[in-house]
Each structure stands twice: as C-alpha cells, then as structure tokens.
Design a protein around this ligand. Structure first.
Ligand code: GTP
Length: 597
C-alpha cells in the first residue's frame, strides 16, 4: 500500500470509557467483519480479559475504509493495554503509530489513566483526536469535558468528535478524522529493513507470533531475518495482517503493520521494542529507545498441596512461554516447601498470572506477600538486588538499603481530598503537586513503591467510594532506613512472612501483624506466642491461648456420622494449612496478615 493511503493509530482511554466498544464499532461499520460474526469486544481475546474488562495483550486490526474523498485507505488500529503495569508495552505500541484517538467518557471526564496514556502519546509525537463518547446518555456534558481536556491535558478540544460507540453516532466522523487529521506514516521502501517488534505471543498452532511495524524496507516470506538486540536469526515462514482474523499477504512495506511467524520457540526470544532487520544487507543502527521490561514486584507461589509442585512447574513454564515479562525461579521455603519466586510488572500482572494458574491449571496456590526489589549495599560497597525479604543479609554486613519510588497521580473529587492526602502521608508519601480541574483535585505524590504495591489501590478506592483514579510511574531508587522484620510463631521463624519495613514504622507494623495473625491462626491444644522481631530483638508480641476442647469431643458416644463429617472437614481444612513446627497456619494468613487497616 502507498504510504499516503495508510493511517496508523491507537486508542487512548481510561478503563470503561468505551475503548473496546469504539474499536468494535469502527471494525463493524467498515464491513471488516460481517455483523453476524461480530462478537462483543472482538479485541479482547482471552476470557480473563473479558471477565475483568481489561485489555492485557496489545492486539491489532487492519481496517479498509473508503473515505469521502473517494480514495481507499488502510487504517491500522493497535490496541494498547490500559493498565499501568504494562506501561512499557503501551509506550512501544505508541511508537509504532502516528496518531491516537483520545476517548473520554462525556459523562465522567478526564481520569488519571487517561492522563498517563495521553502523555505517552504526546511523547511519541502523536497527532491526537479527542473523542467524547457516550453522548447518548442524559448525563453527557460535552462542553464541560472538552474544557477539561484543554485545562488538564492541554490539547485543543474545539474539534472534539461527539460519539456514541453504543448507538453508532459519530462513527463516520471519527473515520473521516482519522483519514484527514492523522498524518500518513513515513518510510523508505529501498532502505535496509527496519521493523519494530511491537508485541509477541504464543499460539498453540503457529508458535510465536510477532507483531511488527515496518519502518523502512520490505519484509517478505522466506526472508532471513535477525533480531538486533538478541542477535537471533530466523527464516520468515508466514507473513500477514489481522482483519482481525489472520490473513496472509506476500509482503509488508513501509508504514505497514502485520505479523510474522518464523519457528520461534519462546516468546522470551522476542523482545518487545527490538529491531528486526535482514540478516544480510541489514540495517546498521537499531531503532532508538530499546529497553527490556523488568519485573518490579516479586512474590512466592507455592502449591497448597505439595504433591502438585511438578504441575505448578509445568503451568509456570507454559505461561512464561507466552509472557516475556514474567520471570520465575525455584524457591524453597522452610515453611512452604518447594515453590517459585516470581517477578511481575505490577500487582495486576501478578493477579492475572495467579488466577490463570488456579483456573486454567487447577492448582490451588499459596501466594506470599508481594515485595518490591530493594538495592542492598554491603559494607564492601557492592550492591545486590533483593527479591525476597527472607534473603536479606545480616544487618552487620549491610551499609545501606535503597527502595524504588514512584510518582503517583491521583484525581479525586474535592470532598475526598483530605482522606487521600492522609492515606498518602500514612504511606510515607511526599506531596509534589496539588491543583484543581473543576471540582476535582489532582495530587501528585512521590511514594515508596513498597507502600503502594500491596493494598494502596484498594484503600484509595474505599476512602473515596470509588471516585478516585490513580496512575503511577517508576522514578528510581532512594536510600531510606529500611530493615527486615521477621515473624516468629511458637518461636519458629516463618520465612514467608518476613518483610522489609521502614524503621520508624516497624513497631506499628509488627503490632498490627501479630494482632492479625492471632485472629487468623486457629487455636491449638497449647499456647502459641506470636512475635515480630528485627535482628534478634522482639518488637511486638501476642499470645494465642490454648483451645479448651477437641471439636469432636462433644460427639463422643453420640452420632458417629456427624463425628466423621467433622473430622473430614478438619482434614479438608488442614490441607489448606501449612505446618510451622507444631502450628498450622491457614493460607489466607500470608496475605491477610499484611493488609493494614
Ligand atoms: P477496558 O477494555 O476495560 O479498558 O474498557 P473500555 O474503555 O474498552 O470500555 P468498554 O468498551 O468495555 O465500555 C465500557 C462500558 O461502557 C461498557 O458497558 C459499554 O457497553 C459502555 N459503553 C461504551 N460506549 C458507550 C456509549 O457510547 N454509550 C453508552 N451508553 N455506553 C457505552
């Protein structure tokens, strides 16, 4: 296709503002998919995405459109993941296109995620077309929302398109705006091949599928290609486009977006952001800005039933094939036995993987508390990364510890501002900015990632009754007074419960943790001390008193079936517990004990 007849774009929106619905409508109205084949939300392929209503893997679709000027255009839509955990994937997809539709729900207005994603689009030099969605609803207020887009984001909204992705109003105008207002891609057909690796995923039939955007040159079936970062070489087997079903083509030229397959075994061999070129007469210099996505949150995954360890290994290996940003290594815990220490891009990523293991592979898991990656500097000046608080070296050998910090942007209606400020302050936040957009406040905080990773978002939602929106980006590492707190149950250390805390918060955290555990651990036949300690020093203590009677005692001589039932129940319950010395700890304890109220 001629460059001037191509338009590449993405859709930027806050969750639920209607991105998928609009994408579906654009696809449907151009006849790309027949009405009867139209499934709700075509672009969200995986069940789990559909259930949670979030888009995880970037998807793409090629739309043919005959515009009012009588010309036929090829419109390539790249669907970007909406969640901050996938910020790097978003930024790569943005670099593969020239423009964005900024979709804002006209009954809601600009939200924190809109902001985070639109700034990525601005960074990528996009032409941005504002789209005010859901105008069919009585609460729609286009003037107010347009004004907000100008005030808060700082882009011109005078030509914002008023749309109802639900009823179809404004869809034609949106297609025309894509053609008229977004720039055509640039690129040279005769230059050496430069294709950006935008995304990749594993397909059970075809192996690894790689989504590419051709910058320069031409890619054909049978070409010998080389990945410039990893230096791996492959022969291209299949080449095609998504409409949205796969359709093979002979070649992809400059400005085009499509897929290739090349007998690539694992998704990890394809690094998002890498440059693909021809093995012979290839490009000399790769596309700028490659950086691999690194996991920032780690936690342990252990099977509840320890005989399922091999099944868990199998599940994790399969999932890792399809997700290059998920890392894992085997871990043994004195308390939990064999399992894996896994690294994730963020909390949502963790939840998605955990859910998939439990649901698709039917393995019940114990998840230990998520932890961030600390930089531990030894007295000898050597820095090591700490992925697991249990591995924290002895304090006498440690010079100092650095923790990752984030910049968090929160938008919240005025009346909840006080609660939000208090929450951020409680989490060791440093306020950087506070401004207003209408009746809503926008606060920017510098916060330790550690304080956010666990339950910050839940707390934020609850103190603002769901009205706050939140987004963050990593800003780097900073030194602080951080120590490891261990937990002892019946005088045995429980490694899975150790955590890094700020020294000034340690007593309070320790006390809260002991109180929580006292509630969560069932009584035994003996007294159980529960302690929190730093180094060898106990900083908090609770005692769980002994149980008076056996549950089944009252059944002696009585109803035998009832007694057996009770024992069966106990046995089933026991499976979900882990023995620490002589004490059984229920699996919920590992997560619940760390939640702060
Ligand atoms: P994520 O995929 O979770 O990021 O959300 P999204 O932005 O893709 O939103 P989605 O398309 O799933 O729409 C969210 C909800 O809004 C759905 O219930 C849609 O049916 C509804 N919706 C989308 N567009 C419109 C519209 O124009 N009018 C009305 N009334 N509802 C709409």
């Amino acid at each position: 296709t001629e460059l001037s007849k191509i338009r590449n774009f993405s859709i930027v929106a806050h969750i639920d503002h209607g991105k998928s619905t609009l994408a579906d409508r654009l696809i449907q109205s151009t006849g790309t998919v027949q009405d009867r084949d139209m499934k709700e939300q075509l672009l969200d392929a995986m069940d789990i995405e559909r259930e949670r209503g979030i888009t995880i893997k970037a998807n793409t679709v090629r739309i043919d459109y005959e515009a009012d000027d009588g010309e036929r255009y090829v419109l390539n839509l790249i669907d970007t993941p909406g969640h901050v955990d996938f910020a790097y994937e978003v930024s790569r997809s943005m670099r593969a296109v020239e423009g964005s539709l900024l979709v804002v729900d006209s009954t809601q207005g600009v939200e924190a995620q809109t902001l985070a994603n639109v700034y990525q689009a601005i960074d990528a030099d996009h032409e941005i077309v504002p789209v005010l969605n859901k105008i069919d609803l009585p609460a729609a207020d286009c003037d107010r929302v347009a004004e907000q887009i100008e005030d808060v984001i700082g882009i011109d909204a005078t030509d914002a398109i008023q749309v109802s992705a639900k009823t179809g109003i404004g869809i034609k105008e949106t297609l025309e705006a894509i053609v008229k207002r977004l720039p055509a891609p640039k690129g040279e057909r005769d230059a050496p091949l430069k294709a950006m690796l935008v995304d990749s995923w594993y397909d059970a039939y075809l192996g690894v599928i790689v989504l590419v955007r051709i910058m320069d040159g031409v890619l054909k079936k049978g070409d010998q290609i080389r990945m410039m970062q990893t230096n791996a070489r492959y022969g291209v087997e299949r080449i095609g486009v998504f409409r949205p079903a796969m359709q093979t083509v002979d070649e992809l030229g400059p400005g085009e977006i499509g897929f290739i397959t090349a007998s690539i075994k694992q998704v990890r061999d394809t690094k998002v952001g890498d440059t693909i070129t021809h093995d012979k007469k290839g490009a000399e210099v790769a596309l700028p800005g490659f950086k691999p996505s690194v996991p920032v949150v780690f936690c342990g995954l252990f099977p509840v039933d320890s005989s399922e360890f091999e099944d868990l290994r199998n599940a994790i290996e399969k999932l890792a094939l399809n997700d290059a940003s998920f890392s894992y290594e085997m871990e043994t815990s004195a308390a939990l036995g064999f399992g894996f220490r896994c690294g994730f891009l963020g909390l949502l990523h963790l939840e998605v993987i955990r859910d998939r293991i439990e649901r698709e592979y039917n393995i019940e898991l114990i998840t230990t508390a998520p932890s961030v990656v600390y930089h531990v500097f030894g007295k000898d000046g050597v820095m090591s990364e700490l992925h697991n608080p249990a591995d924290m070296p002895d304090l006498s050998t440690v010079d100092h510890v650095e923790e990752p910090r984030i910049k968090a942007t929160i938008l919240v209606p005025d009346e909840y501002l006080g609660d939000v400020l208090k929450l951020c302050q409680d989490r060791r936040g440093i306020q950087e900015d506070l401004s207003y957009a209408g009746s809503r406040a926008m606060v920017v905080y510098d916060l330790p990632l550690n304080e956010v990773v666990f339950d910050f978002y839940d707390r934020l939602k609850s103190v603002t009754k769901g009205y706050a929106s939140f987004d963050y980006q990593m800003i780097g590492y900073r030194i602080d007074n951080l120590v490891k707190m261990s937990v002892l149950v019946n005088d045995e250390p429980v490694d899975a419960l150790s955590m890094m805390v700020h020294r000034d918060r340690a007593e309070a955290r320790g006390r809260a943790m002991c109180e929580k555990l006292k509630e969560l651990i069932p009584r035994h036949m003996f007294k159980i001390p529960i302690q929190a300690a730093i180094g060898g020093k106990v900083i908090a203590r609770e005692t769980l008193s002994a149980m008076r009677k056996d549950v089944t005692a009252k059944c002696y001589g009585g109803d035998a079936t009832r007694k057996r039932k009770l024992l069966d129940k106990q046995k089933a319950g026991k499976k979900k517990m882990r023995q620490f010395g002589r004490v059984d700890i229920p699996q919920e304890a590992f997560i619940s004990a760390l939640k702060m109220d």
